[in-house]
Structures are given as structure tokens and as C-alpha cells.
Ligand binder design. Structure first.
Ligand code: 13P
Length: 346
């Protein structure tokens, strides 16, 4: 387990989230006019995972259960293909969401009943880590919901650790609508506090887990803020609840949550850079990196466009995105990245 944590948090590397369920992946294909089917999902992932030198920037890949079980590349199961490159393989083990107490807006993660059995199997088949996702709206959230969500997540982590797999806990605070950074930061703080509290409550050490979190940023329909502002605010939230020391999580990774590739990358570049400025207000102990899905894959998926003859171009786009994501931005001004017209840095 210690080895998995060290493998994942190698300097200049991050995690690729490629754990979209078949229905979500089909929607992404369809939105680009690509025929949604098992065949196309498989071809796309084949292109992605066989990108030359992937292991230079990617230390871990999260797969969906169906990809982990069935998908192969040139006759080799994908999980073995990635492992042979020195990449840690993870599986998203939750079974999705169901309404919380009949609510229209709040939901709770399902899958605890089958988790123990699944983990035994996945550990035997070479998985190194797992992921479990909860979703938390920014407003209208009662303490009782947060406690239930966090307890569900802590039970997941405890079960996974029994099988010597590393748990990624992902309480995703949704960056939707016009929420302000103050509202998102407050929701993030409450959410993370609840998760840490629930883990400690059952004697599950956060230091054996990885936190996957949203940024303290504005909602997707609000004015975008600079990478400096988001980075400082996010680190301030973590520090406030003691996640900057080794009493917190072993390491922290970020989801992109619908931010454009450029914006999500500018945020992680800046976070990594300012967190490493020792002796400053924002200096941070545990390692921090990305675990993006859309922000890493979007440029490659667009370039691929469902055609095998575009695989090489798509792999170049993917490599460029990855190289961009592992850089740190050490300046004080905003990062000069081209935005998509909606979520560029201010
Ligand atoms: P995005 O980076 O596309 O938000 O996906 C990350 C993820 O794993 C969401 O559960």
C-alpha cells in the first residue's frame, strides 16, 4: 500500500481518470458526433492508453469496472498493459447514486453491500487502488446529509484498506450554476471536515487514503477567477482544517469538474507551485496533483473524432495536455493560456 502511494505521488506525474461508465462515455462520444457503442469506447481507450511514453506523466489510471474486467489492448488485459508500464491501476468501485431520504437534490453513493467481495477480487486481479465518489451541492445541504455521506465514504475506505488497496475518497462539491467562491469554499470546508471526522470516528487513518477534491472556485456559470485566487483559496481551506500536515491525507488530487482543460490545468499548475514555496502562508506538506477526466481527455477525444487514422494526432494532443498539466507555474501573474471563451483565467 505504501508502495502504491509512492508510485502515485511521483514528482511530475498525476492520475488519469478514465472511469466513465459506458453510458457517460457514450454521451461524450455522441456529443462529438461519434457513434456511441462498445466498439468505439474500446477503440478510443485503446488509442488513449497506448499513447507513447504515457508513464512519464501518468502514475495511475482509474478504470471503470467494465474496463477493468473486459477491455484489452492487443490481447493483453488493459490492467496488465498499464501495470507493465509501471502505472498503478485503480477501479471506481461505487455503484452510482440514489436519492438521499427521497430528496430531489441530495443523493448518496451506493455499493457498500458488494464492496468487500469486489475488493477481494480486484486485489487478486492486480488493482492497486480504488475510488468512491459522492456528490455534494454547494447550498441547501444539512449537517445530517454531510454526516451520512461522510460515514458512507469512511465505511468504503475502511473496507478497501482491509484488502491492502489504497482508497481514493472523492466527495465532489459540484461547481454548478452561479455560486461564488465564498459559497464554494464554505461548502468544501464543511464537506472535507465531515469526511475527516467520519474517517477518524471509525479509526480509519486519513494518511492511508488519497483525497480527490474539487477546487475552491466559482460555479461554472459565474465569472471565472484567476488561477492565483483559486489556488490560494483552495490551499487556505485545506490549511484551515489541518490537511497541510501528515495528520491529514497522504496526498490530495483534484478533479476537473466541468472546467475547461485550460482552466483546470492552470489551477493545478498554480496550486503545485505555490504549495511548494516553503515558509510562506500557503506552503503545504502532502503532495498535490491532478486526477482529471475531461480536462485531460477532451483535446485528445476531439482530435481523434472516432477515426483510427487520427490516433497519432490524438495521442500528440493528449501528450501535450499531459505535459502542460505537470508543469508548475511559478510567476505571480496569471497564466497566459488560451481559454475556451467561457472559462479562461481572468
Ligand atoms: P472530471 O475531471 O472530468 O471531473 O472527472 C474526474 C472524476 O473522476 C469525476 O468523478
Amino acid at each position: 500500500m505504501g508502495t502504491t502511494l509512492q508510485t502515485i505521488f511521483q514528482e511530475y506525474k498525476g492520475i488519469l481518470a478514465a472511469d466513465e461508465r459506458p453510458s457517460s462515455m457514450d454521451k461524450r462520444l455522441e456529443s462529438r458526433g461519434i457513434e456511441p457503442s462498445a466498439e468505439m469506447r474500446s477503440r478510443y481507450r485503446h488509442m488513449l492508453f497506448s499513447t507513447p511514453n504515457l508513464e512519464r506523466t501518468i502514475s495511475g489510471v482509474i478504470l471503470s469496472e467494465d474496463t477493468f474486467a473486459d477491455h484489452s489492448i492487443e490481447g493483453v488485459p488493459t490492467r496488465d498493459y498499464l501495470k507493465h508500464m509501471g502505472i498503478a491501476v485503480g477501479v471506481k468501485v461505487d455503484e452510482g447514486l440514489e436519492p438521499y431520504n427521497g430528496s430531489d437534490v441530495l443523493s448518496i453513493t451506493t455499493g457498500l453491500e458488494t464492496l468487500d467481495k469486489k475488493c477481494a477480487q480486484y486485489a487478486k486481479e492486480g488493482a492497486a487502488f480504488t475510488k468512491w465518489r459522492a456528490v455534494i451541492p454547494v447550498t441547501g445541504v444539512e449537517d445530517a446529509f454531510l454526516a451520512a455521506m461522510a460515514s458512507n465514504m469512511a465505511t468504503y475506505a475502511q473496507t478497501v484498506l482491509k484488502h491492502n488497496l489504497v482508497p481514493i475518497v472523492e466527495p465532489e462539491v459540484l461547481l454548478k450554476g452561479t455560486n461564488t467562491i465564498d459559497e464554494v469554499a464554505a461548502a468544501l470546508e464543511r464537506t472535507l471536515e465531515a469526511v475527516v471526522h467520519a474517517l477518524r470516528d471509525i479509526n480509519c487513518n486519513p494518511h492511508q487514503c488519497i483525497l480527490k477534491t474539487s477546487f475552491a472556485a466559482t460555479g461554472l456559470d459565474n465569472e471565472p477567477l484567476s488561477a492565483d485566487t483559486v489556488a490560494e483559496r483552495t490551499l487556505a481551506v485545506f490549511k484551515k482544517i489541518g490537511l497541510d500536515s501528515d495528520k491529514g491525507f497522504y496526498g490530495i488530487v483534484f478533479l476537473s469538474g466541468g472546467l475547461s482543460s485550460e482552466t483546470a490545468i492552470s489551477y493545478i499548475q498554480r496550486i503545485r507551485a505555490i504549495a511548494e514555496q516553503r515558509g510562506t502562508e500557503f506552503s503545504f506538506g502532502p503532495p498535490l496533483t491532478f486526477s482529471y477526466g475531461r480536462a485531460l481527455q477532451d483535446p485528445a477525444l476531439t482530435a481523434w473524432d472516432g477515426k483510427d487514422e487520427n490516433a497519432y494526432t490524438a495521442q500528440i494532443a493528449f501528450t501535450q495536455t499531459l505535459q502542460h498539466a505537470i508543469k508548475k507555474y511559478k510567476g505571480t501573474e496569471d497564466i497566459p493560456l488560451a481559454g475556451n471563451g467561457k472559462r479562461g483565467v481572468a
